[in-house]
Design a protein around this ligand. Structure first.
Ligand SMILES: [Zn+2]
Ligand SMILES: [Zn+2]
Length: 344
């Protein structure tokens, strides 16, 4: 079968590899769609040794069951499913509590991260990582597993603060951000302020339900302040889907006293914490900072339910498998609107 693999650190190639067979407890899935994620770029850019090679990338997968391994019940060929990407140890406190995204033994691991992922014609996954998607379009189902699940988990963490009529700022209207806006629209009555450098991304945010859009730049904080009011008031919740120094500065400058700042994007920025009175504070008092990671299996089931109900729809740009490197280049240059999805 054809697969797009990181053959050595930083090197992406389309290669022919043997089609895997489902082992005990595993299911062989014919890949219908796989979303491309900024995290894949971090994997490609990572220092040697952090991720195994060779490895088939792709951690945002949906497909059709091709074959089941020994001991697998409940799945038969032809069933359609989305893949929960995290493979936790199953025995630590995080996994035992049902939060495999808090696995304490996991290196940044999972399907397409520590074992072969979905950028291939077939992928082998543990049966317990599959969730049913019914007759949903697989190019819609695939992005739900990360671009949908990650902001959904962030919204779940912040939900007590997302009271009707309060303000939520979403920074970065890319793959995750455009889903965050829809999840907020579908499950809350907050006032959504979308922030991005790109006018096209802001137009997308408006179509997805954002009440206000603000172009990122030197005047962004002032524009947001005109909407949320002066400090110590501010945005009750800020979800930063970028996570570079500039976006974190905007986030901490507009969050309200007692607000919630959720750092979702892995942009490598630094957030200084200095809540004192004798120097300019970097964060308002009583502010919570959280670093959500992906989400839980139960949350993915809820995200799929929102997708099947038509309440959230990924804005997708599709590519055949052989154009995967080009799609990653577009993603790297910030030229993908919504989610790039490969259809093997
Ligand atoms: Zn991802
Ligand atoms: Zn664990």
């Amino acid at each position: 079968m054809r697969a797009v693999r990181m053959t050595s650190p930083g090197v992406l190639e389309q290669v022919e590899v043997p089609t895997p067979t489902a082992g005990a407890g595993e299911v062989l899935l014919a890949v219908g769609a796989v979303g491309l994620c900024h995290s894949d770029l971090h994997v490609l850019d990572a220092p040697p040794g952090l991720f195994p090679t060779p490895i088939t990338l792709g951690h945002e997968t949906a497909g059709t069951v091709e074959a089941v391994g020994a001991g697998v019940t409940g799945w038969t060929p032809g069933d359609r499913a989305a893949v929960y990407g995290i493979v936790g140890c199953g025995t630590c406190r995080g996994c035992l509590s049902g939060a495999e995204n808090q696995c304490r033994r996991m290196p940044p691991g999972g399907i397409g991260l520590s074992r072969d992922g979905g950028l291939a014609e077939y992928v082998n996954v543990p049966a317990r990582n599959l969730l049913r998607v019914g007759d949903m379009d697989l190019t819609q189902a695939a992005p739900l597993t990360d671009a949908g699940l990650t902001p959904y988990h962030a919204v779940e963490l912040a939900r007590p603060a997302l009271r009707p009529g309060t303000f939520c700022v979403v920074i970065g209207i890319g793959g995750l951000g455009h889903m965050a806006v829809q999840i907020l629209t579908a499950t809350t009555a907050v006032r959504i302020i979308a922030v991005d450098t790109s006018v096209a991304a802001l137009d997308l945010a408006t179509r997805m339900g954002a009440h206000h859009v603000v172009q990122a730049g030197p005047e962004a904080v002032e524009r947001i302040r005109e909407i949320v009011g002066p400090a110590p008031d501010g945005a009750d919740v800020v979800i930063d889907c970028v996570g570079v120094d500039a976006t974190l500065t905007t986030a901490r400058t507009v969050v309200s006293t007692g607000g919630r700042l959720l750092l979702v994007g892995l942009g490598g920025g630094t957030l200084p914490v200095r809540p004192v009175a004798d120097a300019p504070p970097t964060l308002p008092l009583e502010t919570s900072v959280e670093i959500p990671f992906w989400g839980t299996r139960a949350e993915l089931q809820e995200v799929i339910a929102l997708g099947r109900a038509g309440l959230i729809n990924a804005d997708v740009q599709t590519f055949p498998l052989e154009r995967t490197p080009e799609a990653y280049d577009l993603l790297r240059r910030g030229e993908v609107h919504g989610r790039a999805v490969v259809v093997p």
